[in-house]
Ligand binder design. Structure first.
Ligand code: SAM
Length: 267
């Protein structure tokens, strides 16, 4: 039987290289081949050893540089030539990342693989902005949904079940459809004034975020010219935006504990 290498399906997180897991970094730095997506940030790409072979495979909205089937075959081909093959994806490989389809193909081809989780955009973007996706009394759960359908067929989600004000709704890939999404949620009973936080390029140096409500989310995203990748967080928890902060100057003057922490940090 032909000997094959091992494929590591790695989640790179939302963009900030400090949000990579230790395990992801370890395998990335020993990769011989890296097959990577457009969503992976430049800072993370810079962590790959210079001798590794880099294989870009996509995917700009509506432009799949390499179709999914082609990516699956590339993984198989490279596994027959190299020992450590990294398939690097933004966020988590199994959250709207098609990592599970790639894993299915590897199973079929009998190629060993491992999946290394990444921080998905919902968690990375929300938590780094101090917005909790669940909060006692405001959200009893959270749902991740796609705002984009295969081959651009119209979005057909279960609007009635999604229009639940007790659950935070995180919409991935929803920039082009946010007008329809808002309209449908309102038509199915959601309060038009429920807050919506839109985050573009979260956790990167180009991050932009804007707080609107369900009625205005579309206009605000358009006015602000938010660019992909953008994520929408719909729910009462979005009202935390900008709220959970301490004025560090005031704390340092009046709070002994903060002063001590600062002194300790400076040795
Ligand atoms: C194909 S999905 C991939 C999701 C990825 N696997 C994850 O777990 O985050 C792409 C969508 O993820 C969201 N996304 C990914 N990275 C993001 C970021 N840094 N800021 C905002 N949204 C992001 C956007 O909604 C984008 O359209």
């Amino acid at each position: 039987m032909q000997k094959t290498g091992k494929v590591y399906l790695i989640g790179a997180g939302p963009g900030d290289p400090d949000l990579l897991t230790v395990k992801a970094l370890r395998y990335l730095q020993s990769a011989q081949v890296v097959i990577y997506d457009r969503l992976v940030s430049d800072e993370i790409m810079a962590l790959i050893p210079p001798e590794a072979v880099l294989v870009p495979v996509g995917k700009a909205p509506k432009h799949h540089m390499v179709p999914q089937e082609g990516i699956n075959e590339l993984l198989v081909e490279h596994a027959q030539k190299a020992e450590i093959i990294v398939r690097l994806k933004g966020g988590d490989p199994f959250i709207f990342g098609r990592g599970s389809e790639e894993a299915q193909r590897l199973v079929e081809a009998g190629i060993p693989f491992e999946v290394i989780p990444g921080i998905t955009a919902a968690q990375g973007c929300a938590t780094s902005l101090h917005v909790p996706l669940t909060h006692r009394g405001l959200a009893t759960g959270v749902r991740y949904v796609t705002g984009h359908c295969r081959n651009d067929v119209p979005l057909d989600l279960n609007w009635q079940s999604l229009a639940d004000e007790d659950t935070t709704l995180v919409v991935y890939m929803g920039l082009a459809a946010i007008e329809q999404i808002s309209r449908e949620l309102i038509a199915h009973g959601m309060n038009p004034e429920i807050p919506v936080l839109a985050i573009s390029k979260g956790t990167t140096k180009d991050e932009r975020h804007v707080l609107a409500d369900l009625r205005t989310a579309y206009q605000v995203a358009k006015q602000e010219e938010l660019k992909a990748p953008t994520l929408f967080i719909i729910g009462e928890v979005a009202s935390f935006t900008g709220q959970l902060q301490v004025d560090e100057h005031l704390s340092a003057v009046s709070g002994d504990a903060v002063v001590q922490v600062k002194e300790a940090a400076h040795g």
